[in-house]
Design a protein around this ligand. Structure first.
Ligand SMILES: [Zn+2]
Length: 242
């Protein structure tokens, strides 16, 4: 078990180093540059920036909309994955809700938006969902990334893998474990594919609020999510990496 953990740690470092190099080289690469390699060629990574449009989600202590942070991290993850030949699908690529035109009130738009996200995710064959959100809590003291999973067999290994990478590469003091998503989160309880939801940080913590708005930190978050998908995106509960 210990060797396995060390191997995973090393693999994580190698992947992050590679992702970091790619991020640096990106502006100098031509659009038609071939991917570095193709990982899980028959799989699709569905990236879901939570909220959007009139639904801004939570608001940070400095007034930052959750939906904008979610989108910034999602777009960074999408660009990183492009270099690995990973097929991706974004539920939104700009600041909008994806509700039906017939939805009138804000409530109707929210319901329609979430139903359309469910339909979009369930319409993808061999999909894996990473839904990106930010946390909030009445007390300012809480901080740190928390990862949730949809079900045990396929989703928990990915969730725990990402949670471990957060501890290894972003915040050694974050001792959280991945948790099963609460029943109240509609999207995560109505999709059928491997799925995790990442609460990247607490908008109600003043230091973390500023950190989440920092572009370098957003890139690091995207790199951890990408490395997690590349390492754990096709393993099941009980399997271990070689
Ligand atoms: Zn949210």
């Amino acid at each position: 078990m210990k060797n396995c953990a060390i191997r995973r740690g090393r693999l994580g470092l190698i992947l992050l180093a590679a992702l970091g190099l790619v991020a640096v080289l990106r502006p100098y690469c031509a659009q038609e540059t071939a991917p570095v390699f193709t990982r899980m060629p028959d799989q699709v990574l569905i990236i879901d920036p939570g909220h959007g449009g009139e639904d801004g989600g939570a608001v940070s202590v400095s007034g930052q909309k959750e939906s904008d942070l979610n989108l910034a991290i999602a777009l960074r993850l999408d660009r990183l994955m492009g270099f690995y030949g990973v097929q991706t699908l974004l539920t939104r690529e700009d600041d909008r809700s994806i509700h039906d035109p017939s939805a009138g009130t804000i409530r109707e738009k929210k319901v329609s938006d979430i139903h359309n996200r469910v339909a979009l995710v369930n319409g993808v064959e061999n999909g894996t969902l990473i839904s990106i959100h930010q946390n909030s809590f009445p007390s300012h003291q809480y901080h740190g990334t928390q990862v949730f999973y949809a079900e045990e067999i396929r989703s928990r290994p990915l969730a725990q893998g990402v949670q471990d990478l957060v501890r290894q590469h972003l915040d050694p003091s974050n001792t959280r474990e991945a948790h099963r998503i609460p029943d109240t989160v509609y999207l995560m309880n109505h999709i059928s594919c491997r799925a995790i939801l990442v609460e990247c940080g607490f908008l109600t913590n003043p230091e973390e609020d500023l950190l989440l708005q920092d572009e370098t930190y957003q890139q690091k978050l995207a790199m951890v999510l990408g490395a997690g998908y590349l390492q754990y995106g096709d393993i099941q509960e009980g399997e271990s990496l070689i």
